[in-house]
Design a protein around this ligand. Structure first.
Ligand SMILES: [Zn+2]
Length: 398
């Protein structure tokens, strides 16, 4: 398909060397004892100390200059519409701006802002298939946008889910944004989706904008979607006792979003930690939305949860990388052999009070992004959006 990069003669071989800190994205071992990564044709092939890794025949060499390499960030909750334009705030270039905030993969929770969005079954299926194709072909800035997330309506039958799946649709949009707002109908359709390999999420909490509705704990638990979408509300959160019921009443993903209630996000985080289930916590922005478009939204969530939620920064980064990748079966999100070579290279922001990047995040500052890499290809260098990084990586050879 058109998203493939033009092939050079011979394999493309990326070497990133002189890495000061390597964050794996994996909760069980968030920091790796390594300073070098090799990727061939967009996949990680070696991770280790420079003396132990074969760095010959590189087509691109990046000197990390002692900075921090992490898996590219994943935004688990976006609402794309068409290309790099959002009608919600009438902005162009928002996805590319997120790339400058370290986001290399996005998951659509429904293309619900499409002007004139069809609600009939044939129309909504057509729109989902179109969105899946269009975003996989276009990839603004190189960002992998997993879109084509239909919002279910009461008239749908099992055959519709089978048809969507065979056409390449892998996601449902937020249950509750369409006509299906009751537990039994949602559960039936989420079950059909799951049967055909389509993942699901749900709008949790009060209405987002005029026209959407309340989804409470009973509907969330009965619907049993794979991800409890914005459990901290989008923006209006459920009462704490209902959030606790959801956390304790299922084993599904607990998604915390930037465009949600921050106090409820911290409450959810504490429950997940007390249950020893931090692996369920994933992050999104829920952008574009009424509250805007936040290119640094995922970094802001990492910093907020680390500083106010008292979670080590290297753990908070896992919420935005490995946790999401595992829950959503993505081939990125972890620094691991065989995974996609999608990275964000960062350093502590200039003049942060923290002594290093982890301490700066723990103190509530944002890191500075110095480079993004997707599929082993350098996409951006010093970010135009983050505070400037103290040190930045450099391309030193081709
Ligand atoms: Zn929502």
């Amino acid at each position: 398909m058109a998203h493939d990069e033009p092939k050079a003669a011979g394999p493309s071989r990326l070497v990133i060397r002189n890495i000061g800190l390597m964050l794996s994205g994996a909760l069980e071992k968030p920091i790796l004892d390594a300073d070098t990564i090799v990727a061939v044709d967009g996949k990680i092939t070696a991770i280790g100390r420079a003396r132990d890794v074969d760095i010959a025949h590189a087509t691109t060499v990046v000197d990390a200059n002692g900075t921090t390499v992490a898996p590219g960030l994943i935004d688990s909750h976006v609402h794309p519409v068409a290309g790099d334009w959002t009608p919600r705030q009438n902005q162009i270039g928002w996805i590319d701006s997120f790339l400058h905030g370290g986001v290399t993969t996005m998951i659509s929770a429904g293309e619900v802002h499409m002007p004139g969005r069809p609600r009939d079954v044939v129309g909504l299926k057509a729109m989902a298939i179109f969105a899946q194709r269009a975003f996989w072909t276009l990839r603004p800035g190189g960002v992998k946008v997993h879109a084509g997330a239909p919002v279910i309506e009461c008239e749908m039958v099992e055959e519709d889910f089978k048809e969507l799946a065979s056409a390449g649709v892998k996601l449902l949009g937020e249950v509750g944004l369409g006509g299906v707002k009751d537990g039994p109908t949602a559960r039936k359709m989420v079950g059909w989706a799951r049967k055909y390999g389509i993942q699901s999420t749900i709008h949790t909490g009060g209405p987002s904008i005029p026209g959407s509705g309340l989804i409470d704990k009973d509907v969330v638990l009965e619907a049993d979607t794979d991800v409890v979408g914005h459990i901290n509300g989008g923006h209006t959160a459920l009462p704490d006792d209902q959030i606790r019921c959801i956390c304790e009443g299922c084993k599904r993903g607990l998604e915390l979003v930037h465009n949600g209630n921050e106090r409820s996000a911290l409450y959810t985080l504490r429950i997940a930690r007390d249950m020893d289930e931090l692996g369920r916590v994933i992050l999104g922005t829920d952008a574009p939305a009424g509250s805007g478009v936040q290119p640094l939204g995922i970094l802001r969530m990492v910093s907020m949860l680390s500083s106010l939620g008292e979670v080590p920064a290297e753990i908070a980064f896992c919420f935005a990388t490995g946790n999401t990748a595992r829950m959503r079966s993505l081939d990125c999100g972890l620094i691991e052999i065989g995974r996609s070579a999608d990275f964000v290279i960062m350093d502590k922001a200039q003049h942060s009070a923290g002594r290093n990047i982890l301490e700066s995040v723990r103190l509530g500052d944002l890191p500075g992004v110095g480079m993004t890499i997707i599929d082993g290809i350098v996409r951006t260098q010093r970010s135009r959006n983050t505070p400037p990084a103290t040190k930045v990586p450099e391309i030193v050879g081709h």
